[in-house]
Every structure is written in structure tokens, then in C-alpha cells.
Design a binder for this molecule. Structure first.
Ligand code: HEM
Length: 264
């Protein structure tokens, strides 16, 4: 009983505490998440079998190491965490990391893997992309451009979906004008979903075996499902060579929420 109380109190202390002093700089998250020219890495991990066999006190100590590494690197990179466990058969955790320099992301991931927590992590996948200014949207009709500015409904969007995409050589061989016309059709099909689905696009050609990583947040998975069905009907979709594989579905979580879940 006393031991349980001590573990509970340690967990509460861990969740409430911060290793980073307020004076210490934290990467400008807003800028990293909205600027073009930013590297986005999706690092997917599974916890090893040893994790579940550890005493609660050991798990908490290892989760403290996770918190330490994340806070130590927050000065250079923006780190978002997702729980895949329970919804995915291949992984438990997803880290989405944004950085001006990809080597800052590498340093974070190296420190994570050599930490006491990292020794329980098995890498299940890794994808890199780059954010860019829109290629086609500036040439769209004014009405579509105005519609695209619709901000998604406020409120929690607890689900995150990541879909890697590769297009065919034929797509890249089409002229800009033909591609732009098809991307306009793509965009028109998506407009009804702007209120409930938030999106972000990463360009991956040359950085990975992919062309794009698409990232979405929503509270309405049914809307997301309908959105994808609508997109499968537009001509541009016929130039898709890889869609998903894997599609990652998880919940958006704070570091403390992840710690609480994994401590149990
Ligand atoms: C709210 C939903 C969505 C909206 C508003 C939207 C809108 C757009 C727009 C405007 C572009 C053109 C960007 C540019 O000008 O460079 C684009 C590109 C793209 N979208 Fe969507 N989209 C949505 C959902 C999706 C979904 C569900 C997928 C697939 C899972 C997807 C895959 C892509 C890809 C791969 C590109 C890049 C295509 C290329 O440059 O060849 N989008 N989207």
C-alpha cells in the first residue's frame, strides 16, 4: 500500500515537473509548424516485451529519462507525441519532430535511443519530409483560395492520421498546367471537410522513398473517411502509386499523458 502511494506520488511529481527553466529558450513552435522550409520527421516506435515486465518504479524512472530528453531538445526542435498503442498492430508511439536542421532531429533521436527509456524502443518506421510553399494553390480561382482560408472548427481534434504517398513517374512527366488542373479538382473535393479536418503536407522526394507525407487531425473520423473516398474519385488519384502502407492512426497526446499511460 505504502509502495503504491510512493509510486503514485512519484508519477504526480514527474508529470508536474519540468527540467527546463522558464528562462531557457524553447523552439518557436508556431513558426516551426507553419513556416515553409522546415523538416518534419515521423519516427514510429514499438515498446519491447521487457517494458511490461518492469516494476512500476523502474518504468517511472525510465519515463523520467524520456521527459528529460524531450525537454533537453525542445530548444531546437518541436516534438509532438501520439499514442498508437491499441489502434495499431505495429507500433506504440509516434514522434513528429519539426526542425530547421535535420541534424537537430537526429541528435534528439540519438539521445532518445541511448536513454534509459530508449533501450525499450524498437524503431518501427521513419519518414522525413520538408514543408514548402504551395505549388498549385496560388494559381487557383479566387473563390477556392478564399475557401481554403476556412479555419477548422475550434475544439479538440484527438485523432491523428499519417498517410505516406508516392505518385507515378507519369504524374511527374505531366506539365505544370495539367497537374494544376487536377490539383484544383482535388482541392474542390476537399473543401466540404475543411471545418473538421486539419491537414499538413510534407514533400519527401529525395529525402525518403516517398513523394509526400500527409498528416491530418480530426475529431470526426467518419468525415475523414468520406474525404478520402471523395479524393479517390478525382482524376489525380489515378497517378497514386503508394497510398499509406503504412497508414498510421493514433491519438494526439501530451508528454505527460503518454507518461501516465505508459507508467501503468
Ligand atoms: C481538408 C482536406 C484537404 C485539403 C483542403 C487539401 C488541399 C490540398 C491542396 C490545396 C493541395 C495543393 C498544394 C499546393 O498548392 O502545392 C493539396 C496537395 C496534396 N494533397 Fe490534399 N487536401 C486535403 C486532403 C488530402 C488527403 C486526405 C490526402 C491524401 C491522403 C491529400 C493528399 C495530397 C497530396 C499528396 C498533395 C500533393 C500533391 C502534389 O503536389 O502532387 N490531401 N491538397
Amino acid at each position: 500500500m505504502t509502495q503504491l502511494l510512493v509510486i503514485g506520488l512519484t508519477l504526480l511529481w514527474l508529470i508536474g515537473s519540468s527540467w527546463v527553466s522558464d528562462a531557457q529558450a524553447v523552439a518557436d513552435r508556431e513558426k516551426l509548424l507553419s513556416d515553409p522550409g522546415i523538416y518534419g520527421t515521423f519516427a514510429v516506435f514499438a515498446l519491447d516485451e521487457e517494458w511490461g515486465k518492469q516494476e512500476p518504479s523502474v518504468r517511472i524512472a525510465r519515463l523520467a529519462a524520456l521527459k528529460g530528453v524531450v525537454e533537453q531538445h525542445r530548444e531546437h526542435v518541436a516534438i509532438d507525441l501520439y499514442l498508437l498503442r491499441g489502434l495499431s498492430d505495429q507500433a506504440d508511439l509516434l514522434f513528429r519532430i519539426h526542425a530547421v536542421e535535420l541534424r537537430d532531429t537526429q541528435e534528439f533521436l540519438l539521445d532518445l535511443s541511448s536513454s534509459q527509456f530508449g533501450k525499450h524502443l524498437k524503431t518501427a518506421g521513419m519518414m522525413h519530409g520538408l514543408t514548402k510553399k504551395p505549388n498549385y494553390a496560388p494559381g487557383f480561382p479566387e473563390q477556392i483560395k478564399a475557401d481554403l482560408k476556412t479555419v477548422s472548427e475550434p475544439g479538440e481534434k484527438p485523432y491523428a492520421i499519417v498517410i505516406p504517398i508516392q505518385k507515378s513517374a507519369e504524374w511527374w512527366g505531366l506539365g505544370q498546367e495539367k497537374r494544376a488542373a487536377m490539383m484544383q479538382e482535388h482541392t474542390e473535393a476537399t473543401l466540404p471537410y475543411l471545418k473538421t479536418v486539419k491537414r499538413k503536407l510534407y514533400h519527401s522526394s529525395g529525402l525518403d522513398d516517398l513523394d509526400f507525407i500527409t498528416y491530418f487531425e480530426t475529431s470526426k473520423l467518419e468525415d475523414f473517411h468520406s474525404l478520402v473516398l471523395s479524393l479517390e474519385n478525382v482524376k489525380e488519384f489515378q497517378y497514386t502509386r503508394q497510398f499509406g502502407n503504412p497508414t498510421l492512426l493514433g491519438t494526439v497526446q501530451s508528454l505527460d499523458e503518454i507518461i501516465e499511460t505508459l507508467a501503468q
